[in-house]
Design a protein around this ligand. Structure first.
Ligand code: 13P
Ligand code: SF4
Length: 309
């Protein structure tokens, strides 16, 4: 398999996908060759919604484990596969159910808002989930005055700023890929490209967001760059976004603000992995009914809140 060309592997993948009746989903941080194989690419909210309504019996999720797990929770009748089971999320690993339970004990009246970048077990002890694209809207629907926001303290701080009437409690959780971006990195990028628009993911530190032209999820960033009449952009999120935009708009320039903006787990999935998953149907996401049911409610609540007018 390894000695096939990229074109031959791609052809095999598309043929197997049809034969097995599979739906391939890919997050926007996946290598471009994986995104090219997908029926849908999206941010975590879009992919969760597509997985929920899929009528295909097999979903192959090219992303990290919490995303594939969320697809299984949303549509438990389907078989969900992840080509790299070892693709985790460094931020999701920073929170455990025990941490949440301790925070709830300290703040019994608070609503637990759980970023979707978390395990099913953590979601199960939370009240409602959010993604980066809907966090502000979803928190805006909550009647509670106190919010425990886990695990991302940066996304949490961004959301908290919009609700000065609420009290937020955070934990020490963050995405190392985004958190390590510094003010200095932004300053240097702006000096080198003074005409460029700054687009940035809210997993970056709050002090970096004030100068941004667009703060948004991966999808929102892509849409902003597609619709903007600017011809140069400073990209403050994972490298695949700059690569994808560069491919879509060869006449525009997309500068990744720092070479550190690479998520090692998102980069694990290769064409060989995807091909092998489709051939062998191994690497299935296996969860018990109880695990699924316990984590489903906060995700369903998110969908309902996010769909409110
Ligand atoms: P999005 O929901 O914006 O795609 O973000 C997912 C993620 O893991 C960002 O690091
Ligand atoms: Fe997790 Fe950060 Fe990678 Fe997103 S970029 S999957 S938050 S480690």
């Amino acid at each position: 398999m390894k000695n096939l060309s990229i074109k031959e592997k791609a052809e095999k993948i598309l043929k197997l996908k049809e034969e097995k009746g599979a739906l391939i989903l890919a997050h926007y941080y996946q290598n471009l060759e994986i995104q090219h194989m997908a029926d849908f690419c999206g941010d975590s909210f879009e992919l969760a919604k597509i997985a929920r309504t899929s009528d295909k019996d097999i979903i192959v999720f090219c992303g990290v484990s919490f995303m594939a797990e969320s697809a299984k929770i949303m549509n438990p009748e389907k078989r969900v596969f992840i080509p790299r089971k070892d693709a985790g999320c460094l931020m999701a690993d920073m929170v455990t159910p025990e941490i949440v339970i301790e925070m709830k004990k300290a703040h019994p009246d608070a609503c637990v808002v759980c970023y979707i970048n978390s395990s099913a077990a953590t979601k199960a002890v939370s009240d409602i989930c959010v993604t980066s694209s809907n966090a502000v809207k979803v928190v805006g629907t909550l009647k509670e005055k106190e919010i425990i926001f886990i695990p991302d303290k940066n996304l949490g701080a961004y959301v908290a700023e919009k609700f000065p009437e609420k009290t937020f409690y955070f934990m020490e959780g963050f995405c190392p890929v985004h958190h390590n971006l510094s003010k200095e990195d932004i300053k240097n990028a702006k000096e080198n490209h003074p005409e460029a628009a700054l687009v940035i993911h809210p997993e970056c530190q709050k002090k970096l967001l004030c100068d941004a032209d667009c703060i948004g999820s991966t999808s929102e960033i892509l849409d902003f760059c597609r619709e903007s009449d600017k011809s140069e952009f400073l990209v403050g999120t994972e490298s695949a976004i700059a690569e994808r935009l560069g491919e879509e708009f060869p006449e525009k320039k997309f500068h990744l603000i720092s070479p550190c903006l690479v998520c090692p787990d998102m980069k694990k999935t290769s064409l060989d992995d995807l091909l092998s998953t489709l051939e062998n149907l191994d690497d299935e996401v296996i969860m018990t009914k109880e695990e699924i049911l316990a984590a489903r409610l906060p995700l369903e609540r998110m969908l309902e809140a996010a769909s409110k007018k």
